[in-house]
Design a protein around this ligand. Structure first.
Ligand code: SF4
Length: 294
């Protein structure tokens, strides 16, 4: 029998530790919440079951990062991580797994993104880290006092978020940034649990783009929150107030996504993003009617 080929090892850009791509759970990647024993969801029913039984944010994140419920996305994320790396990152290991939530586990604010970028989160293992979208988002969060530094280059670079956590509608990088309806529905189980765990403290949510807006509203409905009807429409600076079952208002704020398509063209400016983020704070004015839009 011929020997197995040697694994393709590459050094983490911060720690220098060697990793295979995709990164095996519990092998020392900075911020990896999973271990070799973390249970793996392999279909939508298992995703639902494992999300519902996650006792806290740490275990939820761990279970997310080993999920294999969407065959098309698993194949894509691992193909990018092995044979499809961008030339400028060819000497780096690629995470190649779903992106866990990132930030303060006791956050009062959630940012809901769309999905990991193939050469961003899918490479670094951290939300909005290592791509131009993240440069914009973290600079704005730093200006607003939520991020400890304006740059987010790689996991292990020291970035911390205070009072805010970043989650996403879909946790695996999708081809052409377009998850299917079934993939969005399957991954929504993780988002539902994120909202449920955050609810006791949650004050506001920022939805980056219309898919994130719809995902946040969908999760809120499934959790039994009071959501305005007709459904609030997405737009930049759109707002709606959702109410949790125990009567707590949660402000949902819309923003154009921080994608290069929007930031390069000027559709989203720094001032627009700063203004949307300012609406998340405890001192934002309250001229939003419960159950309605501004
Ligand atoms: Fe699992 Fe979500 Fe990735 Fe599908 S998109 S495999 S549900 S983490």
């Amino acid at each position: 029998m011929s020997p197995s080929p040697a694994p393709d090892l590459a050094a983490h850009p911060v720690t220098g530790q060697l990793f295979e791509s995709p990164v095996a759970p519990g092998t020392g990647w900075p911020g990896d919440p999973a271990t070799a024993a973390t249970p793996v969801a392999r279909n939508a029913a298992q995703t639902h079951a494992l999300a519902c039984t996650s006792p806290d944010v740490a275990e939820l994140d761990a279970r997310i990062t080993v999920c294999r419920a969407c065959p098309r996305l698993v194949e894509w994320r691992e193909a990018v991580a092995t044979t499809g790396r961008r030339a400028s990152f060819a000497d780096q290991p690629y995470w190649g797994r779903p992106g866990p939530g990132f930030g303060d586990p006791h956050a009062e604010v959630l940012v809901v993104g769309l999905a990991p970028a193939a050469n961003g989160t899918n490479r670094t293992g951290r939300m909005f880290t290592g791509d131009r979208s993240g440069d914009w988002l973290y600079a704005a969060l730093h200006r607003a006092g939520y991020a400890s530094q304006p740059h987010s280059v790689a996991s292990g670079d020291g970035l911390e978020l205070v009072g805010l956590r970043i989650v996403a509608s879909v946790r695996c990088a999708p081809p052409a940034n377009k998850p299917t309806t079934v993939e969005k529905a399957t991954c929504a189980h993780w988002l539902d649990r994120d909202l449920e765990l955050a609810a006791p403290r949650l004050r506001s949510m920022l939805a980056l783009g219309s898919i994130a807006w719809d995902s946040a509203l969908g999760s809120a409905r499934r959790l039994g929150w009071d959501v305005p009807r007709p459904k609030p429409r997405f737009g930049h600076a759109a707002e709606a107030v959702l109410t949790t079952p125990d009567g707590r208002p949660v402000r949902l704020v819309g923003s154009y996504h921080v994608s290069q398509q929007n930031t390069f063209t000027g559709k989203l400016t720094e001032q627009m993003l700063d203004a949307a983020i300012a609406r998340l704070g405890p001192t934002a004015d309250t001229d939003t009617e419960p159950g309605g839009r501004r």
